[in-house]
Ligand binder design. Structure first.
Ligand code: FDA
Length: 497
């Protein structure tokens, strides 16, 4: 409540925040978690907590009057629709050159993501986090993260036979015919549950077009893993619909944290002030970077160093669709959960997830989300005239990612005698080059912070999320974010801060 004093305050309830809360609580520290989004624990009038991809309602987007679907067109026709403005689950946050998609609610990105739990190849790790000992990561922290998250691979026999993964088998076959390795990737979806969905013995979730706006049953989001473990310690409290707006040193020691309590229309209903001995910034790459840059440049935390706000990248995200031959249908029935990708990282700088297009009709389309080695990095800066934080990313920089993704898809098109789809991201628009799902950086490890996430100018302030990672992970990022948080919080606890 207002005026309270807490031992540790964690801003955000995504991967970094949940790991920090659990480990601090296990070490005996009382933790208050502050989350701007909703709790997502109460069914709506349809009996479901979350809505599905094909019928987005007010629950779908964060304070928008129209959906902003990543695949926003079909046959070149826009498919976005009007929705009531509400504190919904998926935020499509617009900057000048890019829209950054993020989860809002208790569980952060784990509520909306595809659950792909990918550990980078160890030979690529040095380029991801050069100051981190890879042996420690691969022997201790990646295994700890994967166990805590509940990652597993699709059972092979089911993959090979089920109609729900025909789209992925087409992807596998075509990768092979063009000489690319197809790699199964683990996911946190409960694969046994999905097979029961198929058998019709349980309510459907992945097989009922649920993904971007939440998953009602089978996905092990943080709501089923780290967060209940943290709450079970009895030392953690979570406040949803509270947005942190300011952190500054308190006169008697510790930090003053200001926050706005929101209603479901996004209006501020009350402003609160709390003091905390320690504050963990885990608001995600964008949320943490925006807060820190604003605090530094408006004088609340003036001694934050000039690396704060630097080193932001899009993990090279690029989406594209291909039109298959008539004899290669991808299936009217598609699971929403991806299970594999095409690896051309070393030769071409691209790793392409074979993604579903689960709209319930045969489309003959193959959709891919590629992660590329795009070298561009942007910075956050405080704009005193708009009183907002800007991001310097330019849309033209996506061309590097497109060039890398083409090393895979030009080859596959040539082998198969096929072409790109131009009707999914606009009218005659081939590449989705306007968004990222994987914001990374802004408070890079060992640059903006020490080698464990401490903001050393301010004892007791830490960064614990995707802001620490310098723009790219070579694969989907949440396992790396989780593993790095496990590493950092262990060091912070062991050293008393
Ligand atoms: P994360 O964003 O998870 O959490 C930050 C939390 O802080 C949010 O809940 C936010 O609401 C809250 N917050 C922000 N500002 C605040 C403030 N001022 N006050 C209070 N709270 C605040 N990754 C992957 O590895 N595999 C995958 O399959 C996918 N798929 C995918 C699909 C889609 C559609 C998206 C949007 C993202 C993915 N991702 C993914 C990316 C993954 O979800 C992402 O990298 C992580 O969630 C980032 O974890 P963090 O802990 O950094 O922040």
């Amino acid at each position: 409540g207002n005026g309270a004093h807490v031992q540790a305050l964690v801003i955000g309830t995504g991967y970094g925040g949940s790991v920090a809360a659990l480990r601090l609580a296990q070490a005996g520290v009382a933790v208050e978690m502050i989350e701007m989004g909703m709790a997502w624990d109460t069914p709506g009038s349809d009996g479901k907590i979350f809505c599905n991809l094909t019928s987005p309602d007010e629950r779908s987007f964060w304070l928008r009057t129209e959906t902003k679907q990543p695949v926003g067109y079909f046959l070149g026709i826009p498919i976005d629709r009007s929705i009531p403005s509400y504190t919904g689950i998926l935020d499509a946050e617009d900057f000048a050159g890019i829209t950054v998609y993020q989860g809002r609610g208790i569980g952060g990105g784990s509520l909306v993501n595809g659950g792909m739990a990918v550990t980078p190849k160890q030979e690529n790790f040095g380029a991801i986090l050069p100051s981190v000992d890879p042996n420690e990561m691969y022997n201790v922290y990646y295994p700890r993260a994967n166990a805590g998250l509940g990652a597993g691979v699709i059972p092979n026999s089911w993959f090979n036979t089920t109609q729900w993964y025909e789209f992925a088998r087409v992807g596998q076959k075509q990768a092979g015919r063009s000489g690319f390795p197809f790699e199964f990737v683990p996911d946190v979806y409960d694969w046994n549950y999905m097979q029961q969905e198929d058998a019709g013995t349980v309510p459907r979730s992945a097989l009922a077009q649920e993904l971007l706006y939440g998953n009602n049953y089978g996905k092990k989001s943080l709501q089923k893993t780290y967060i209940p473990a943290a709450l079970a310690t009895g030392k953690v409290n979570i406040s949803p619909l509270h947005k942190v707006t300011s952190v500054s040193p308190a006169s008697g020691g510790g930090y003053t944290v200001l926050m706005n309590q929101l209603d479901t229309s996004g209006n501020v209903i009350v402003t609160k002030e709390v003091t905390a001995d320690k504050v963990v910034f885990a608001a995600g790459s964008v949320g943490t970077s925006k807060l820190l840059v604003q605090m530094r440049d408006t004088g609340q935390l003036p001694n934050l160093n000039d690396q704060v706000g630097q080193g932001w990248g899009d993990n090279g995200n690029i989406m594209v669709g291909r039109a298959n031959q008539i004899w290669d249908p991808t299936g009217a029935n598609q699971s929403t959960i991806p299970c594999g990708g095409i690896d051309n990282w070393t030769a071409g700088g691209a790793f392409a997830e074979v993604a579903p297009l689960p709209i319930g009709i045969e489309t003959w389309a193959s959709l891919y989300l590629s992660i590329t080695k795009n070298p561009h990095r942007a910075q956050f800066s405080w704009n005193s005239s708009t009183q907002k934080v800007d991001l310097s990313w330019q849309q033209a920089w996506k061309q590097d990612g497109i060039t890398m993704a083409k090393t895979i898809f030009d080859k596959i098109n040539s082998t198969e005698g096929t072409i790109y789809r131009t009707d999914l991201f606009g009218t005659y628009k081939t590449w989705q080059d306007e968004l990222t799902y994987h914001p990374l950086g802004g408070a890079v490890l060992n640059q903006a912070t020490d080698n464990y996430g401490r903001l050393t100018a301010y004892p007791g302030l830490y960064v614990m999320d995707g802001a620490l990672i310098p723009g790219n992970t070579s694969v989907n990022p949440f396992v790396t974010i989780t593993a790095l948080a496990e590493r950092n919080i262990e060091n912070i606890i062991a050293n008393g801060g």
